[in-house]
Design a protein around this ligand. Structure first.
Ligand code: HEC
Length: 204
């Protein structure tokens, strides 16, 4: 009987505490068992903030801040596109230097070689593991692609090729393209690319 009474009282307390005050309002803050991160130090806009010397909570931009979507979109260097169109630029929009070419070679060998092979002919190691249809970068169609189009392929991927935009910086994409062009050129050279005095060696 004693246990029954005790149980009954506890039950009443439980029912009243759970259901009894439903819907009633209180000006007091609720009891917080786990306050989590409900209250934390922060700056409210347009208020005093003794944290800063000038007392303003709203801060000016750090010099050189670039707003998202302003500078980034629109320049051929960043998008590979002719502004206002969805067509790729024909040629790399920056001067190609020896240094850039070397960087491109290095980056190509890191990011592209496993699939496209050191020569760009599509015979990378992944072929041995079953990736049968890696593009041969010496394909006449790919040789003719505008540079901006290849930029797009690296950035967003194409067909079975994944996107490498997050792995390869914009600068490095152009450097890789320069190197891919050099690889392509290496198979397209004609006798006229040889200095005149040496051409006779090939004309036999
Ligand atoms: C994981 C393997 C893999 C890697 C790494 C890779 N590619 Fe590819 N790439 C492919 C495959 C597969 C295709 C063929 C896609 C298709 O046609 O479906 C392809 C196609 C291409 C094409 C032809 C696109 C077209 O219009 O047909 C280009 C250009 C290219 N890759 C450049 C690159 C460059 C540059 C890199 C390095 C940044 C790179 N790829 C890295 C697998 C890869």
């Amino acid at each position: 009987m004693r246990y029954f009474l005790l149980g009954f009282v506890l039950l009443c307390v439980l029912v009243v505490s759970v259901a009894g005050f439903r819907g009633s309002t209180s000006r007091k803050p609720p009891i917080e068992v786990f306050p989590d991160m409900d209250r934390q130090l922060k700056l409210r806009p347009q208020t005093d903030a003794s944290f800063f010397e000038d007392g303003r909570s709203s801060r000016l931009h750090v010099p050189g801040t670039v707003a998202r979507g302003s500078h980034f979109e629109g320049t051929p260097f960043n998008t590979g596109l002719i502004p206002g169109t969805t067509n790729g630029v024909d040629v790399i929009p920056v001067p190609v230097t020896r240094q850039m070419m070397q960087r491109g070679q290095e980056r190509f060998q890191i990011s592209c070689l496993p699939c496209h092979g050191a020569l760009g002919d599509g015979n990378g190691i992944t072929k041995k593991y079953g990736m049968a249809v890696v593009a041969n970068l010496h394909d006449a169609r790919i040789v003719k692609l505008p540079d901006g189009e290849i930029f797009n392929v690296i950035t967003y991927g194409r067909g079975l090729m994944g996107a490498y935009g997050s792995n390869v910086t914009v600068e490095d994409r152009w450097a890789i393209i320069a190197y891919v062009r050099a690889l392509q050129r290496s198979r397209l050279a004609s006798v006229n690319d040889v200095p005149a005095e040496m051409q006779s060696m090939f004309k036999k």
